[in-house]
Design a protein around this ligand. Sequence first.
Ligand code: SF4
Length: 370
Amino acid sequence: MTEEFVDGFRDSALARKLAGKLRSLDIGRPMTIMHVCGTHEHAIARAGIRSFLPEGLRLVAGPGCPVCVCPARDIDLAVAASRRKGFIVATFGDMFRVPASISSLEEERAAGRDVRIVYSPLDAVRLAREHPDREVVFVAVGFETTAGPIAAALRDDPPANLAVIPSLRLIPPALGFLLDAGIGPVEGFILPGHVSTVLGREGYAFLESKRGAHGVIAGFEPVDLLSAVITLVEMILSAGTPEVVNQYTRVVSEEGNRRARDLISSVFVEADSEWRGIGAIPRSGLVPAPGFSRLDAVRRHHLEPETPPVDVRPGCLCHEVILGKTEPEDCPLFGSGCTPRRPRGPCMVSSEGTCRARYQYRSADGTGRN
Ligand code: SF4
């Protein structure tokens, strides 16, 4: 993709025109739309898109940050692994500081445990090969976009001393859950650009055919997001047949990345999965397939949390922020008891977290609050 091509979606004159159109929409009733992508939240907050929303329209952030929805139990298991003699725990940087029930991986490293930050699953494979006399446990966290590279790293001849704590989650079952639960109630989704490269537009066909919900697949530039909001509102107001529109055609195809999906399903199978603050969502997670069960660190090493998991820390409203029920600015700790330097919950820790994005762009996000 050329820079010139992308520049068209950063065109400030076009963005201003779209912002004016959005602001002038007469929706005449309350309406809630949701995005489910941490990168979208950053782009929306950075561009101040909420400041252009017409009266009655809420644009809320849903469970689109993989680290934020990761339940405390998964981190507790990683903590338990780090306390085993001879173990190395490998984790993406975003997970390092997330507080779990009694500790975090950062605290464990400060206490002398061998916790390493890796930048790709291949780093974890390399780490295991470099330390054949140690057990390496990789915290495999992410959505469909991350599941592909993890599957690729594990499929062919993974080192015998490598295993994963499976913490991979799938977006479509979460969308179904949100609709079934009547959260919001949400009338339409801005669908995540990155995940959609894997799923394609057809990966959301169930929204049209079974759930009666609208969706727009969107990119990350201001023009992308303003267009997506306008299209979604117009579709909802038209009360026409539910539809999923792909407005990110420069990256996302109708069928998505079939090879990536085949790769994922060659290593992982779907399983019921816990989401922080939400609970179990049927078939919303990935665990190693039967032929790869030795890669499951929890089973192989009989890992157990040392205490009952605590998903919701006192005072933290992440579990409500994740569902779009509470805005970060309405949390009493936002910006005072909880900041990126001293985070209280995962939504402020992760670079994809909603609280983190709102804090980072608090003068621009259109809420008028900080
Ligand atoms: Fe939790 Fe901090 Fe967000 Fe409040 S501001 S919900 S304490 S992460």
